[in-house]
Design a protein around this ligand. Structure first.
Ligand code: NCD
Length: 309
């Protein structure tokens, strides 16, 4: 694997292989010494042109646990604020001889462009409304960890689908791994066309809530909305939030998921976010072995056995 730009570039075998590799890296994370020498001598640049807590920290830790050198590049503190273009910025970073660039950018397609301007491996850490492939991998990993596999599982993705790169990546990954996906949202938060999306759609959370294995809630992304797409936060919660009452109707072994950052009291009631079926922090934890697997696949020349074990 040269770059990781979108889930569409991966077959279901590729996905399974990454999940299995992540299992092996997860094992290394239970050791006293969590660091393995696999990427010693490699340099990973984290180029985040948009804010992030989880994704940036997780890539940073994953790269360090593989013994890579990590450089953090922040758009705000760079010459971008002096008007330097994305292309010049990337070419400048590349000229320093780096091995991988992890890119987050508010524009859909930016990582694809970056890949044309550099010989380094490019990993997409979220681009606009488009894709967030490592999030989909860690979400798949979390579900597989609980259920053994995604095959035949019914997963509801609920909330702000249209603005969500997580939704677009999750739909691709979950369905390639054999799950059935239902989108639950008001029409104003769905993409104008769902042609080619392998999903069903419901506008009524109450109708699906008792019949799903995974209830996945997406953040209301107010920073990406130009119009008022729902009447009020209160009304949104009443129809599309996981309230305490609705959570009672979920199956006893269903999973409650959210990519973070959560709007507590909107997508999930505070008590529900702390329900024992909520695996939000397991998702965060899965980010480390998943990103180790992705960095290893894109940068590591060789075999897990010789370089890690
Ligand atoms: C998401 C993102 O930034 O795409 N968060 C994340 O990476 N865990 C989701 C969001 O912002 O709602």
């Amino acid at each position: 694997m040269r770059n990781l730009l979108t889930i569409a570039d991966l077959s279901s075998d590729d996905l399974q292989e990454l999940l299995q590799l992540a299992d092996r890296f997860a094992e290394t994370q239970t050791r006293d010494v969590k660091k393995v020498p696999a990427l010693r001598g490699k340099t990973v640049v984290l180029a985040f042109f948009e804010d992030s807590t989880r994704t940036r920290t997780s890539f940073d830790l994953a790269a360090r646990r593989l013994s890579a050198d990590v450089v953090n590049f922040s758009a705000g503190a760079s010459s971008l604020s002096k008007g330097e273009s994305l292309r010049d910025t990337i070419e400048t970073i590349s000229a320093m001889g780096v091995d991988a660039i992890v890119v987050r950018h508010r524009s859909s397609g930016a990582p694809q462009q970056v890949a044309q301007w550099t010989d380094a491996a490019v990993i997409n850490a979220g681009d606009g409304w488009h894709q967030h492939p490592t999030q989909a991998l860690l979400d798949s990993y979390t579900i597989r960890q609980r259920f053994g596999s995604l095959e035949g599982r019914r997963i509801a993705l609920c909330g702000d689908i249209n603005h969500s790169r997580v939704a677009r990546s999750d739909v691709d990954a979950f369905t390639k791994l054999g799950a059935e996906v239902v989108l639950v949202a008001p029409p104003t938060l769905l993409p104008p066309s769902l042609e080619g999306w392998p999903v069903s759609v419901s506008h009524d959370l109450d109708q699906v809530v008792s019949d799903i294995d995974v209830a996945y809630f997406l953040r209301i992304q107010q920073e990406r909305m130009t119009d008022a797409l729902f009447p009020s936060v209160r009304e949104y919660r009443a129809h599309f939030g996981l309230t305490v009452d609705r959570a009672k109707r979920l199956k006893p072994d269903a999973l409650i998921m959210h990519p973070g950052p959560m709007n507590r009291g909107v997508e999930l009631d505070p008590a529900v976010a702390d329900d024992e079926r909520a695996v939000v922090l397991d998702q965060v934890a899965a980010g480390i072995p998943i990103r180790m697997a992705v960095l290893f696949q894109t940068l590591g020349p060789g075999q897990f056995e010789s370089e890690v074990a």
